[in-house]
Design a protein around this ligand. Sequence first.
Ligand SMILES: NC(=O)c1ccc[n+]([C@@H]2O[C@H](COP(=O)([O-])OP(=O)(O)OC[C@H]3O[C@@H](n4cnc5c(N)ncnc54)[C@H](OP(=O)(O)O)[C@@H]3O)[C@@H](O)[C@H]2O)c1
Length: 326
Amino acid sequence: MKAYVVQNGEYKMKEVEEPSVEGNEVKVQLKTAGLNHRDLMIKQRVGTTETPYILGSDGAGVVVEAGVDCSRFAVGDEVIINPGLNWYEKSEAPPENFEIAGVPYPGTFAEKMVISEDFVEKKPSHFSWSEAGVFTLSGLTGYRALFTQGKIKESDTLFIPGAGGGVNSFIILLAKEIGAKVITTSRDKQKLKQAQEKLGYDVGILTEDNWVEKLGDETVDLVIESIGGKTFNRSLEVLKKGGRIVTYGSSTNDEITFDLRKFFYGQYRMTGSTMGSREELHELLSFVEQHDIKPVIDKQFAFSNIDKAFDYLGKQNQLGKVAVSF
Ligand SMILES: NC(=O)c1ccc[n+]([C@@H]2O[C@H](COP(=O)([O-])OP(=O)(O)OC[C@H]3O[C@@H](n4cnc5c(N)ncnc54)[C@H](OP(=O)(O)O)[C@@H]3O)[C@@H](O)[C@H]2O)c1
């Protein structure tokens, strides 16, 4: 079968052996898959290893084979992949054996994938195949950051820089659904306008603007930060004293300096967040089904053109998710 792998520091399409099914595993024939920022960064992480690792964390497809011990899924079922492996219950942090599908565990950028049926869920019926293929990693990360860690309430004002991000665009949809006020930013005027139409945020400002001035007397209760070095301190400046800040990403640099004195005087509370448990995914699935929420897709590429999808995501001009179809 064809798979998109990282090998010797390069991304390439390769013919690999089809995996076999054991015990409680299912074989899923992928119909769509979704790209994440993580896929772009893997090359640096696994470096120049000889072993080809199959990339991709998000995907959706049909079960074509089920192991003898399967009880939740059977051949013909339409499913989405949960890339958050081995994390079952909601907890303060992932368990020691937590792994993310897509390097080193074989990922979704392949015609077929074998995975424990524990980490497969029924495809939401209101999702198209493309929406199903891009949903889980961003959705779950956004859900945990906003609800479990951010503890958002209807009366809160959320500040979330980077409306165009795959996770951020989804967080905005969730926050608006519960009635919170959402303030966001983007580097691009046109994208800000499109995001208003697609996501329905309340206040949008340009990344280059002076945020403190633009926000005037807005009171920000919660900040969700994922851009990192380029914006972290500026995001902290707009947060009210005693407010919460959740950080789940660093699209720019990982390392920053910040003013400790300002931080403790401000009595801010900062929490890290990473993906989420299967329990949180179940909560999220009920939420999106009940409220008819769908991920926003920017662009879709054929699997044979996945190189172009990587280039496109690398330019960081998207609004929402980038999908591939098989
Ligand atoms: N902890 C986890 O479990 C987890 C899960 C998923 C992702 N992440 C991390 O979270 C981050 C976002 O992921 P994603 O997949 O949503 O990323 P993404 O789709 O690539 O979006 C990143 C967004 O950040 C903004 N941005 C990028 N570079 C910027 C710059 N130089 N200055 C200002 N804004 C900039 C852009 O928004 P505008 O274009 O609107 O300006 C961009 O759309 C990444 O660091 C990723 O690794 C972590």
